[in-house]
Design a protein around this ligand. Sequence first.
Ligand code: UDP
Length: 470
Amino acid sequence: MSRDNSAGAHILVFPYPAQGHMLPVLDLTHQLALRNLTITIVITPRNLPCLTPLLTAHPDIQTLVLPFPFHPSIPDGVENVKDLGCTGNVPIMNALGNLFDPVSHWFHSHPNPPVAILSDFFLGWTLRLAYHLNIVRIAFFSSGSFLASVFEYIWYHLDEIKSGSAIQLHKLPGSPILSEEHLPTAVRLYKRDDPQMEFVKEGLVANFSSWGCVFNSSEALEGVYLDYLKTTMGNDRVFGVGPLSLVGLNLTNRKDPGFDPSDSVFEWLDKCPDGSVLYVCFGSQKALNKEQMEALATGIERSGIRFLWVVKTGFTGQADGKYGLIPDGFEERVADRGLILKGWVPQVAILNHKAVGGFLSHCGWNSTLEAIVGGVMILAWPMEADQFVNAKLLVDDMGVAVRVCEGAESVPDSAELGGIISESFSEVGQVKIKAKELKEKALAAVESGGSSYRELDRLVQELTGLQHVE
Ligand code: UDP
């Protein structure tokens, strides 16, 4: 995208330290820097290396490095969710709240302090900070606007949630229905008398009183929910600027540090017919248990479809049998049509390979966007967090996915799973067609003149205007 030469307002960017949150906000920051805004990024020491590519590309970006605040349930030296897993979110969100005073002191001693804080939606307390500093706060959502709409509704209707039953989100477009166990984890964990959860809730609610909201999503993907949020927030400062990975730094190489086109994975994929391979991966944090591994292996085997299965190893518990291993003899039996990969794989490059026709996914938001950009249909097995909400969007709204299983502990029926996989691959059905159509729309959105491109321009214009606010 082109560089804008107008004098840039000073923006304080505050990322949340988890991979899925950090990468998109840094992609956005890259675009803001290209458009000549003055930027300072708040970061703690151990997360500083994540900024290296961005700071190398934009030496003008400043950092405000602050010590990670003490929290009794966070071990010394841990500053990122990846070191604790999903359960680390509540303590990390609470701990970071203690940066209120240090940021405030820095602000008051700065000769040209920022006019706005652009912070992750897990840092909702920064709205209070922004009020205190008499500047505005913009909430950055690394996830979609359907999820945000669910949050916006649910916090005001907690009394409608009944254990084990469904809740209808009346105000939302199409009045979607979600079962209690499919609500976002933060809602399910919430207890009125728990101060840490109260802090989490207050932050998530504060997002919708912020001056603006920015989404790693786009009009083509979630236009109705972006519009819904504009209505509920009472202004149009709701911006869909994604998929940000398409306009970030170094693109494929950055996302896929291990990507080497001559790698055996790509040699293997090169030999497979177009659209014939099922890619199976459940994100960066999830390992399956023994029963799940066996059911999945049997289902894949029964489908008769070519596959590439990423099996996560090295999690605590794998050695003592809590997590499953590949069933004995499976690899040998399917050697002519399947590849099992252990550890980390270059997912973006795999999803963009023409041999890959389907993605059995847990529906994390990054995987969701990557599948859409790859034009690949999704076989959805949501497990936790925002994944049920994402899967609902993919299946019911977008029509680019089919459900194959639901729940972190659920064991799929192998015969049914095998049947769905082979059926989805054997015909050129609506799901495949819609996935290809959505890819074109997602790519067009970030091109010059596309909706996300225009929204980014509009965001920069609004931020630039803030310079003059007293
Ligand atoms: N990923 C990858 N290789 C792997 C596993 C995951 O590149 O072997 C990347 C994937 O491309 C995505 C991210 O890790 O960008 C996972 O994020 P997502 O939001 O889908 O799920 P989470 O890991 O947060 O549950």
